[in-house]
Write a protein that binds this ligand. Structure first.
Ligand code: S3P
Length: 429
């Protein structure tokens, strides 16, 4: 496992482009595989998670190829997926395992799906429960992967979700496409809606009204070209670097600005961040634009409630900004952080303490006592092989007294292989 000394930097200045959105890249492969026709995907995220999704759908009989810089998914309808005689391996991806479990629950064959050492510790009952209500049968390791999926013809359900989770919602929606009767889903709080948007774009029988999603099966999806916008979860690291560092200005171009994902912008503005969005346009049913962030005096705030799902993956780097701010930041209603690649409440707190920050732990979040813009103490940071922890603390390293030593940096390849190249580009020493 590789260690890397990151930072410090004097300031951050650059216009950058981040790689394609991870959630949308997964969905382009999955829904492209279920649609009729060829889905041409531009700006597909070439990272471990999404490349594993391509492997899984190839194993299910779908032809997917890369020609020049585009991916071609030759879909032949949802009915064309074939049983894989090998175990399907999602690597580190929660989105792939949960969405694909939904897809395969509706197939008349048995599949086995699993992933790496982090995946086999993450809860899967949340997808198996609603899919079992629809008629699928499962065997698992006490609610965790490996999962044996005994799929079949499912029936539609009325499902009130117990938690806000786009992965669970998407698994049920994808299973519902081939079910008998309609499926109605209600979320307690709105989570990212990329699946709904792509289903609409591909002409699937979906309707949405006042937070209720309905699928009436019958109409098949038709392939359409997909441009994957830049990932706001990847842009977040540079935006926060631009806000935190002196004399800095960062522009990130062509970023996905789906309102179910832009909690970072809302919250950083509330903390005093000077952020602007320009050039807003629509690309295949997803808003896209440029984000500009300049040096700001940040102050602590309370983050909770319906805001949490809109920034769940950005909390590690928001916590770093909070540690640098003036005053206290309270993060609450974020228990879902405990079920990510690592228990992120624990892994954020452990590392903030190492760089000299006072933090109190809560079951559903934390209280961070900002250091009023002082440089962070030099320390070894353990990423715990969690890509978002490694990247968030690399941003902290920019404003460290002497940078930070980040352990196990290869994990950034999960979602953002270019991360350290862009970090080097934006950092003025
Ligand atoms: C994702 C949904 C989110 C997010 C994850 C990706 C998706 O998880 O944290 O990184 O692509 O659907 P939830 O299922 O908890 O919403």
């Amino acid at each position: 496992m590789k260690k890397m000394h990151v930072g410090p930097a004097k300031n951050c200045r650059k216009t950058v482009i981040v790689q394609g959105d991870k959630s949308i890249s997964h969905r382009a492969i999955i829904m492209g595989s279920m649609a009729h026709g060829t889905t041409v995907v531009t700006n597909f995220l070439e990272a471990e998670d999404t490349l594993n999704t391509i492997k899984v759908y190839r194993a299910l009989g779908v032809k997917i190829e890369k020609i020049k810089d585009k991916y071609y998914v030759y879909g032949r309808g949802a009915g064309s997926l074939r049983q894989s005689h090998e175990t399907l391996d999602v690597g580190n991806s929660g989105t792939n395992i949960r969405l694909t479990t939904g897809v395969l629950a509706a197939k008349n064959f048995t599949s086995i799906i699993t992933g790496d050492s982090q995946i086999v510790k993450r809860p899967m009952t949340r997808v198996m429960e609603p899919l079992a209500l629809m008629g699928a049968k499962f065997e698992s390791n006490q609610g965790k992967a490996p999962i044996i999926i005994h799929g079949g013809t499912l029936k539609g359900i009325d499902y009130k979700m117990p938690m806000a989770s786009a992965q669970v919602k998407s698994a049920v929606l994808l299973a519902a496409l081939g079910a008998r009767g309609k499926t109605v889903i209600k979320e307690p709080v709105v989570s990212r809606d990329h699946t709904e948007r792509m289903l609409e774009y591909f002409g699937a029988p979906i309707t949405r009204s006042k937070g209720i999603i309905t699928i009436k099966p019958g109409k098949e999806m038709k392939a359409k070209p997909v441009f994957v916008p830049g990932d706001i979860s990847s842009a977040a690291y540079f935006i926060i670097a631009g806000l935190m560092m002196k004399n800095s200005i960062i522009k990130v171009r062509n970023v996905g600005l789906n309102p179910t994902r832009t909690g970072l912008i809302e919250v950083m503005k509330k903390m005093g961040g000077r952020i602007r969005v320009t050039g807003l346009k629509n690309k295949n049913n997803e808003p896209v634009g440029d984000i500009i962030a300049v040096t700001s005096k940040l102050k602590g705030i309370t983050i909770g409630g319906a805001m949490i799902p809109k920034l769940i993956d950005e909390i590690p780097v928001i916590a770093v900004a909070a540690a640098f701010a003036t005053g206290r930041t309270i993060i609450r209603d974020a228990k879902e952080l405990r079920y990510k690649e690592t228990d992120r409440i624990e892994t954020i707190i452990k590392n903030l303490k190492r760089i000299g920050i006072k933090v109190d732990e809560a079951p559903d979040g934390m209280v961070i006592y900002g250091n009023n813009g002082s440089p962070f103490k030099y320390a070894d940071i353990d990423s715990f092989s969690d890509h978002r922890i490694a990247m968030a603390f690399s941003v902290a390293a920019l404003s460290g007294e002497n940078g930070l030593l980040i352990k196990d940096v290869e994990c950034v390849n999960t979602s953002f292989p270019d991360f350290f190249d862009i970090m080097k580009k934006i950092s003025v020493k």
